[in-house]
Every structure is written in C-alpha cells, then in structure tokens.
Design a protein around this ligand. Sequence first.
Ligand code: F6R
Length: 242
Amino acid sequence: MNVILCENYDDLSRNAAAMIETYVRANPTCVLGLATGGTPLGTYQKLILGHEQKGTDYSRVSAFNLDEYVGLEASHPQSYHTYMQEHLYRYINVDAIRQYIPNGKAVNMEDECERYESLLDEIGPPDIQLLGIGENGHIGFNEPGSDLDGLTHTVELAESTRQANARYFPSIEDVPKRAITMGIGSILKSKHILLLASGSRKAMAIKRLVSEEVQSTFPASVLHQHPHVTLLVDRLAYQLVE
Ligand code: F6R
C-alpha cells in the first residue's frame, strides 16, 4: 500500500483529482469506480474545475458507483443517483448511458446484484476505484463480518453506519436499513484502488488499516491483498499512525 500524506483536505482532494484525470487523459475510454459520502466531495469539485478549465473530456468514460440504498427511488434527494448528479454528473460530460449505479428499487434485488456484477465484468473492471472508509472499517457498504470474496449483494447497514449517514436525512428513522453494494471481491477486481481518508474522525480506522492483518472484522484490511492501492490521507486522519 502506497501512502501519500497530504497537508489537509484540499491538498488530498487535489491529489485525488489529479490521479483520476491522469487516467482519463491517458485513456479516454477508461473505467472509473466512484464513491459517495462526504470524503470525495472535494475531489469531485476539483474534477469539475479540471473539466471547465482544462477541458478534461469524460464523453467516452464509463463510471461505476459502489453502492445505493435499497428502497430509495433514483430521484429521492438522498439517493446516490441524486448525489452523483448533484455533485458531479451535471457538471461534467460523462454520457448518461455510461453512468452505472445499482438500482435500489429493483423488483428482484438478487437479479439486480447479478446484473450489476456482470456489467462490471463486461465493461470494467475500473482502472481506478475511489473508496472512502467507514469508522468501523467498511468499504462500500461491506460492514464488519462481510465475506472477503463477496460480489455485489444486499446488506443490512450497521447501526453506526446509519448514525453516521443520518446527517443527510431528516431523522435517523429515515435512513434506509438496507443497501446494495459491490462486494469486497468486486472491489478487489479494480486495477488501482485509491482510498481517501480525511479528518480526525477517521484516525482510528487509518491506524487500524495500516497496522492490522487482513480480517473480516475490519473489511478495509483486505486492501493489503491488492497489488496496487494508494492511501491518500491528510494529517488529521494519519495522526495516530506517527
Ligand atoms: C460511499 C461508500 C461508503 C463511504 C464511507 C465513508 O459510496 O461506499 O463506504 O465511503 O461510509 O463515508 P464519508 O466519506 O461520508 O465519511
């Protein structure tokens, strides 16, 4: 795992965006793996600036998201479909037919999981997969105890994850209890994994990530098994390591 220590969140976001742009410029038909949540917002802002100011072209890029809440319409204000439109897609030119996000309202969720994993195999795997990390070590919505080889599947969200995400909903009762997520096995198919962590809230998770062996009780530890992982971390998130 290659660690890049950044001064602060802005520096981290700039570095992450620069790496993604390098892939897009080198290969205009590349496949991106994207995440939601608070951490990648700065990266997306920098990508938007790069598109507007340097003309980075996404017209032939494909992009896969990690996950979606089960039970939310794509148009729901807190769905990850809406998040991606609001924070990235409405400002850059990824073709709508190449924006892939699991369908949390599918009639048959098992079929949806299979469909999504097949798409990943046909079009992907991502050249670069962006990840955040949960305080409990989750990646995507793969909570502690997840199968380390798992493919796209539905999960019950951990109470701590629902609490952490309640900030985006009117109340904790409104946070969905289930999600559809790429599995750890799906994530590990990516050619390069870029994990972002910022702020002291993530410090314990990052200490555990760099020091612990692979174990399903801390899903992010599985990244030690992947040959090409970059951890982009700011000083606050890295404070317990040094
Ligand atoms: C988001 C995702 C989650 C988040 C994680 C960290 O698509 O899959 O694993 O990356 O919960 O979220 P933030 O960045 O809000 O701290």
